[in-house]
Ligand binder design. Structure first.
Ligand SMILES: [Zn+2]
Length: 615
């Protein structure tokens, strides 16, 4: 994805975000639009107020006051983030490292404020100068106090620092300084037109705004609510920035820029959700724009505490938002923008565009249907599998790409995903081999059916290649009992038919049954010898076609040794399938772990001996 392309896809999205800003911003007050929540949505809730006392124009340091963040005080703390290396816009900052934050952000923010005063804020300039020298003179002492006070804050909680002035009339905050109010607004507007990094102005006195399409004065060229950085490293503008191109592609007037900024803030506050730990912005797009505010109000419930009531027994909280979208009217479509905050930058990892509610509905009604089938009733069918096989720190990209394909109804590469599913099953198998039980990790049986359930789901949604005809998928039963059938062969054949289209070849049936008899043999070994020597023959489940053909007679001979003749019919069936498939000719090694494991783990689903028969 190159730079130019980024702009094009941004164009439309930016317009939607501007619309959100337009209908949601409650005030025209630029200050209220540009200040930010220093608590970062509750993550930096502990405030360390440095109290400066003023008596008759003399300033002195009084102490530290520990407070809890209060949103009603937002305008008083007056926070707006600056660059990560420089100061913030005012002397209110989130604490990263207490020493660095105090020395490099808080103390240094005063000279910048003083410089900004100019002639306009003469009185305030004097006060700020007074505070600044108190901070400098007492910096070591204040730092000690800050550190001491910080020990009262639980380790996991974040803090922020601000400065307050006390005199006989009461307590004044950073927000009470007019100069800082102006600085916040000016800084925000400056960012729209001036690049600090490249020391370059991108501005025109008059031009057509690309968002409202009107000719306006004061046109900005750097209104970037999302940095140009995608998961695709090619798209990262590292070395330079093409100003001419930026200018030509995205000229924005002040009005639109401000709306965009409030839209972005609204996204941060109300339309940021997570799906299995991955953050995304949900951007609704309406055919009839006038309903936007009503629609947005609707989504507030998604972030409320009541949302927790809607959990269902599987993955309620993860599925809740997307499920909710499935219930919306089809006059809305959605963009899902998966993001990652990286210091000050916001990386766009994946953009899913224009998804209709009916697609979400289809996805979740399919999941519900599968979960309601008796076969899957006690099994886990959920997106959790993708998060397990594609952990965030290692294969996040694959996770997102697969989610994208499912939501966007694009085909999934069966061979690609099976490699990971197999590994997942094999991993669980290895743990079971060693009798390892893990609370966090799936057992062999859970892993096997988690994979099968998800494959069933993907197949149901027709997300694998090359299936044009409608097929009937309804795996209703759970136990296939000989008393309902005329032969053992029929017991299995019925299952194969019901598990349509998963047993579409004789070779898959042969592998499944081989797994089944292998498990029976292991059980018999265990009940007779209290150990399972045959396990060693399964090669840690890394079986190929040759191994399967080798295993069949080996298992049969062992069972004969144990004088267990119950399975003769099953072996006949296996032979038929092997012959029919021309010696498993069309079998892919990729399919062996999952089919073999299903056979092993479904041994209790088949009753092939009449009661009281020996095993
Ligand atoms: Zn405009």
């Amino acid at each position: 994805m190159n730079f130019y392309y980024m702009f094009i896809i941004q164009g439309e999205k930016v317009e939607s975000i501007k619309n959100i800003g337009e209908v949601t911003s409650k005030s025209d007050n630029l200050l209220e639009i540009f200040i930010q929540d220093v608590s970062g949505g509750g993550r930096y809730n502990n405030g360390l107020e440095i109290i400066i006392e003023e008596v008759c124009g003399k300033f002195s340091y009084k102490g530290i006051n520990l407070i809890q963040y209060d949103d009603a005080y937002k305008l008083r703390y007056l926070y707006r983030a600056g660059s990560s290396r420089g100061t913030d816009i005012t002397p209110t900052s989130k604490v990263t490292d207490i020493e660095k934050t105090f020395l490099n952000k808080i103390i240094k923010a005063f000279p910048e404020g003083i410089k900004f005063c100019g002639k306009e804020f003469k009185d305030e300039k004097e006060i700020l100068t007074g505070i600044s020298s108190v901070l400098n003179e007492n910096s070591a002492y204040i730092l000690e106090d800050l550190k001491k006070e910080l020990t009262n804050v639980p380790k996991k909680e974040g803090s922020f620092i601000t400065v307050a002035v006390e005199d006989n009339s009461g307590k004044g905050y950073i927000g009470d300084f007019k100069v800082f109010n102006k600085k916040v607004v000016d800084d925000a507007l400056k960012k729209f037109r001036y690049s600090e990094t490249y020391k370059k102005e991108v501005y025109k006195d008059s031009a057509v705004c690309c968002l409202c399409r009107k000719k306006k004065e004061d046109i900005f060229g750097l209104v970037n609510i999302f940095p140009f950085y995608t998961i695709d490293k090619e798209g990262y503008i590292a070395g330079g920035f093409d100003y001419e191109r930026a200018w030509r592609n995205f000229p924005v007037c002040k009005d639109c820029a401000v709306k965009l900024e409030s839209g972005k803030n609204y996204l941060d506050d109300y339309l940021t959700f997570t799906f299995y730990g991955r953050k995304y912005y949900l951007i609704p797009k309406l055919i009839f724009g006038k309903d936007l505010l009503k629609v947005l109000d609707n989504y507030k419930i998604l972030n409320s505490k009541d949302a927790e009531d809607v959990r269902n027994k599987y993955a309620g909280v993860e599925e809740h938002t997307l499920r909710f979208l499935g219930k919306q009217e089809n006059s809305i479509s959605y963009d899902l923008m998966f993001i990652e905050k990286n210091n000050a930058a916001l990386n766009i990892l994946l953009n899913i565009e224009d998804v209709a509610p009916s697609r979400f509905k289809k996805i979740f009604s399919t999941l519900d249907y599968i979960r309601s089938l008796e076969f899957f009733e006690d099994k886990i069918v959920s997106f959790q599998l993708l998060s397990n096989v594609f952990p965030r720190d290692k294969f996040n990209r694959y996770f997102l790409e697969t989610i994208d394909k499912i939501i966007s109804d694009n085909k999934i590469d069966y061979k690609f995903i099976m490699r990971f599913f197999n590994e997942y099953i094999i991993d669980a198998y290895k743990r079971s081999e060693k009798d390892e039980i893990s609370k966090e990790k799936d057992s062999y049986s859970t892993a096997t059916f988690r994979v099968f359930g998800f494959l069933y789901f993907l197949e149901y949604l027709n997300l694998f290649k090359n299936r044009k005809e409608e097929i009937y998928m309804s795996l209703e039963n759970k136990v296939w009992d000989i008393k309902d059938y005329s032969s053992k062969g029929e017991v299995f054949q019925t299952f194969f038919q019901e598990a349509n289209p998963f047993f579409n070849t004789s070779s898959k049936k042969a592998v499944f049954l081989t797994g089944y008899v292998a498990e029976r043999l292991l059980n018999i070994q265990y009940s007779r010898e209290k150990r399972k020597p045959f396990l060693a023959r399964l090669k840690g489940l890394k079986l190929n076609k040759k191994d399967v053909t080798r295993l069949i007679p080996e298992i049969q001979n062992k069972l004969i040794e144990y004088k267990s003749e119950n399975y003769n019919e099953v072996f006949n069936l296996i032979s038929e399938y092997v012959i029919d498939s021309n010696g498993l000719e069309n079998l892919s090694d990729l399919d062996i772990p999952v089919y073999f494991s299903m056979g092993m783990n479904m041994d209790k689903n088949f009753v092939i001996t009449k009661k009281k028969d020996e095993n």
